[in-house]
Design a protein. Structure first.
Length: 116
């Protein structure tokens, strides 16, 4: 399965994303975030998609959809939105569903990776 993770400006949730990346067996890893989020590092192969989060919700959705449309290889992705705010979450989820791609929310817990 492919992992799509939102990285917002606050570094607090970056540990959740790092844990998912390191503990999962991902066919493809796509990280989405602002210029600030480019500071996130991982040793696993991934693609970073830079977005301008200050845009309106509709424009943000269009931007994400345009940048991600040729990156998703399957019909379903594991999605982490532990980082980010409501506008960013709505834009990303809407962009993925419009591709169309199914979404399985995923999180790292004490028991390991879970799909919600």
């Amino acid at each position: 399965m492919e992992l799509v993770a939102l990285l917002s400006a606050g570094q607090g949730a970056w540990g959740q994303v790092a844990g998912l990346i390191n503990r999962g067996e991902w066919e493809n890893i796509i990280l989405i975030g602002s210029e600030f989020a480019e500071k996130f590092t991982t040793n696993k192969k991934h693609e970073f998609i830079k977005i301008k989060t200050e845009q309106s919700l509709v424009d943000l959705k269009k931007q994400i959809q345009e940048k991600i449309k040729n990156k998703i290889k399957g019909t379903e992705v594991a999605l982490s939105i532990a980082s980010g705010d409501g506008k960013e979450h709505m834009a990303l989820i809407s962009a993925l569903l419009s591709l169309p791609a199914g979404v399985r929310f995923t999180a790292l817990t004490k028991e390991g990776i879970v799909y919600l």
